[in-house]
Design a binder for this molecule. Structure first.
Ligand SMILES: Nc1nc2c(ncn2[C@@H]2O[C@H](COP(=O)(O)OP(=O)(O)OP(=O)(O)O)[C@@H](O)[C@H]2O)c(=O)[nH]1
Ligand SMILES: [Mg+2]
Length: 481
């Protein structure tokens, strides 16, 4: 889904993330690339134009000067704009206060109405509701049977009347039947047409008048690309709708329609369907979709958490020291302090795209930070400033002082050296991430974070979060810093 657009936008944004300074030309260049990527993804031209203009304005107004990661700030704006484009918040399915909700699905032939009706019913059933599906397709008798078979497969009640030629009557009877069976949702599957025509609209209008659905949802096939926007507009003009369901987003559809439709009609996307199977339906979350498109995992939450909990002044000071190659164990110590403020390591690692699946949760031990801090506390001032002098006998003494094994001290030193090396590379402007961390593309641009949060140590052996080997409890840190 959105693969090609996603790859392009990720390339564009990761270039941006790495920038320590962002000029007007950088923004212009990025916007040009974003515009191309969106157009290629089949996003409607006028939507692209407005989107890019709006984003450019926001980037110019952004306080990139004062931010310690300007590139990241810009990427955040791109992401927020994308969320705005896709719609803010989750568009919940409306529930009628009476306790009985009628949902009607319409759309062109083959859009996926019948399949979606059953997917939706299954979703509601899973949620503890009692749904019923009904077919009012009087034009193609096989259509009603198709719904019946699918509904049976998921154990949902189904109402059909293949003999009856009156769609409005079937809809009314379905309501009665559903109420009789004490169902709380009725999903009406309607007949499709190859093109939007007046006769179909008239029939739908009459059904709507008769059963007064709480949710009128248009089912749109993402594969039809740009045309989806016109189809949506025709339905909106003729009978109105409360939202959309986009289907077939699993195919090689470029997905541009999904990005355009909300903006042009102002109606929310409520669900997306990503396959033929009955559970291939997802509630549509604009934020998640934007993150998927930008391949960001939960980096934004990570950044937000960092900006709330990390002392920016301290991070800035450290960044300066890193850039001057002055990074020592005192800096590492304060990074551990900052990390502790941000919460559990498990949570943090889970938010780093690419890291989540690669790190075994059992290997992450929050106590490691305390151990590491104890180790550094056991060092002399001179040792912390100049880690090079830490020979075997000093390490032995430190291990004993911190109540850990010498190998724990060695591990910490390895982590420090890896971080120091990363800082050095960063100060030269080019940072190649360790294999498998490619998804972190942002580390470079995360500058202050990479250091400020001690993520620099991520490159270290086994991510440096492994459990310490020392058996004894670490002593409380002494105020030697
Ligand atoms: N790959 C994929 N196929 C889908 C999806 N949704 C529906 N389909 C397939 O699209 C075809 C048409 O789906 P239907 O549910 O019959 O479409 P419809 O809108 O009811 O069609 P008519 O009743 O003829 O108007 C079927 O082969 C479905 O399996 C989806 O999200 N992904
Ligand atoms: Mg159908």
């Amino acid at each position: 889904m959105f693969e090609s657009l996603s790859t392009k936008l990720q390339n564009i944004t990761s270039k941006m993330r790495g920038k320590a300074r962002v000029t007007d030309d950088d923004i212009k260049e990025m916007m040009r690339e974003i515009r191309m990527a969106l157009l290629e993804a089949d996003v409607n031209y006028s939507v692209v134009k407005e989107f890019v203009a709006d984003m450019t304005e926001k980037c110019k107004g952004a306080d990139v000067q004062g931010s310690f990661t300007p590139g990241q700030q810009i990427v955040k704006i791109v992401r927020e704009s994308l969320v705005e484009l896709l719609g803010t918040g989750e568009a919940k399915l409306v529930t009628d206060p009476s306790g009985f909700t009628v949902i009607i699905l319409y759309g062109l032939q083959g859009a996926g109405k019948t399949t979606t009706a059953v997917k939706l019913a299954k979703l509601l059933k899973k949620d503890g509701k009692k749904p019923m599906v009904a077919s009012v397709d009087v034009h193609r008798p096989a259509a009603a049977r198709q719904l019946e078979v699918l509904a049976k497969g998921v154990g949902v009640d189904c109402y059909i009347d293949p003999e009856c030629p009156d769609a409005v009557k079937i809809a009314r009877d379905a309501v009665d039947r559903a109420k009789y069976l004490l169902c709380n949702y009725l999903i009406i599957d309607t007949a499709g047409r190859t093109v939007v025509d007046d006769e179909m609209m008239e029939e739908l209008k009459q059904i709507n008048n008769s059963v007064k659905p709480s949710e009128k949802l248009l089912v749109v096939d993402a594969m039809i690309g740009q045309e989806a926007v016109n189809v949506a507009q025709s339905f909106e003009d003729a009978i109105g709708m409360d939202g959309f369901i986009m289907t077939k987003l699993d195919g090689d559809a470029r997905g541009g329609a999904a990005l355009s439709i909300r903006k042009l009609t102002g109606k929310p996307i409520k669900y997306i369907c990503v396959g033929e199977k009955v559970d291939a339906i997802e509630t549509f979350y604009p934020q998640r979709m934007a993150d998927r498109i930008l391949g960001m995992g939960d980096v934004i939450s990570l950044i937000e958490r960092a900006s709330v909990n990390v002392d920016e002044e301290e991070a800035r000071k450290q960044l300066g020291r890193m850039m001057n190659n002055e990074y020592d164990l005192n800096d590492l110590y304060s990074q551990f302090e900052q990390m502790k403020k941000m919460g559990s390591l498990k949570d943090l690692v889970g938010m780093i795209p690419g890291a989540a699946g690669k790190v075994n949760e059992d290997d992450i031990d929050d106590a490691i930070i305390d151990h590491n801090m104890a180790i550094i506390s056991s060092m002399t001032k001179k040792e912390r400033k100049n880690p090079k002098i830490l020979d075997a006998s000093r390490r032995k003494r430190i291990a004993a002082g911190a109540g850990v094994s010498v190998s724990d001290v060695n591990k910490l030193m390895q982590q420090y050296e890896t971080s120091a090396k990363l800082m050095k590379q960063m100060s030269k402007g080019g940072l190649k991430l360790p294999k498998g961390m490619g998804g972190m593309g942002g580390l470079k641009g995360l500058g202050g974070m990479g250091g400020g949060m001690g993520l620099g140590g991520l490159g270290g052996g086994g991510l440096g979060f492994g459990k310490p080997q020392g058996k004894k409890k670490p002593k409380k840190k002494k105020g030697r810093r």
